[in-house]
Design a protein around this ligand. Sequence first.
Ligand SMILES: *Cc1c(COP(=O)(O)O)cnc(C)c1O
Length: 445
Amino acid sequence: MTKNVVRFRSVLGQSPDVSFQEALFRGLAPDGSLYVPERIPRLPDEVIRSSSTRSLTALGLEVVSLFIDEIPLETLEEIFAKALNFPIPLVRLDEDVCLLELFHGPTLSFKDVGARFMAQAMAHFLEQEDKNITVLVATSGDTGSAVAHGFHNVPRVRVVVLYPSGKVSSLQEQQITTLGGNTTAVEVDGTFDDCQKLVKQALAEPDIAGRCNLTTANSINVGRLIPQISYFAWGVAQWQRLRQPERQRGSREKAGFVVPSGNFGNLTAGIYAKRMGVPVDGFVAAVNANDVVPEYLRTGTFAVRPSIQTISNAMDVGNPSNLRRLEHLAGNDLAVLRQYFNGFSVSDEDTRREIKQTFEATSVMLDPHTAVGTHLARRLAKRGGFTTPIIVAATAHPGKFPEIVGETLGRNIPLPEQLERIVRLPKQSTRIAFDFDQLRSLLLD
Ligand SMILES: *Cc1c(COP(=O)(O)O)cnc(C)c1O
């Protein structure tokens, strides 16, 4: 290939640069920090100009192939098409807000895109090298099911999912604990942050990591981050189509994004998209009561806190790991980081009101995570200074949260068919304390 190869670098800079394959399987760099692309490649102008005439797969391939040249282009195209075998429509909600519906995958959240791409990419390398792996993942709700689903029936892979006991919805728990086969669900007496600590600890222990051939699959894995860049390009491309059917296609109309954020992986992918040349006006992170990042942007002080439980529980993250990636991209300069994005917190009360008012006005049901985003988008639109309509990343299907959405709207929420099937299956999980030794014996079993 004639392209410049992108290597992957640890944000701490204490470990050597590696290939995509190595970053994919390591998850974390040996120095314990996250991998980032050493540079962000530019999309050719021609691709940006013609993006609104391309298919999702074609556009995604343009993005992903600039980062990954170790997989033949035809294979990469197959992987992308397999991972993204569902639509990602841009839907106009009202005057001010468009929804980029990222939730039409098998587990009904945007995490399907990254998880399925990563699983397929790993499967490609495992087959090539005749190896087995254990994928260890911590989830605050949606990651575990997306990852487990992505790897389900993938040969040579064992999946171990850690989730905080009593802190995921019953449907999310069903999705994690009923897969069986190559998947083990582990219920931890602790918070999501505790689960994440256990994962980090396991990955840092050479005996475990070596013996199990351990890898992780949270939003910290570059194999999930890279494909997510493509749907921001896709969102803008559809926006141009939606906005000016009469004008010449490919005019550089910018869009602004509001991204409901927890670990800030999705937002990081969006900012990478902008750096690649995708015409984006700006980014705003919408968070729930877990507001350490907006506070950091405001005050310059980053104070990690235990996560607070909210109704948008996939965003209950007290120490968002992808912030390190964004800081690295900004050269550890807070002023630069503030140019990349802003962030604001939305209360549970406002989230519920948003779900209710949107349904009354438009008959559209929002899930609690997306509603955090649309509430903020409306606030920004009212205040001005941000291009409208604003594209909100719609991160989950409302049918995934029937308790909260149903209670808020005072009506029964029909279960989507993907979930109908699994609610009747028996829960299979192993319960452990927040204790590394218990996880150790489970992994080495
Ligand atoms: C994971 C998740 C988020 C947060 O995404 P990050 O990339 O972790 O910021 C938002 N909404 C839903 C439904 C999620 O599952």
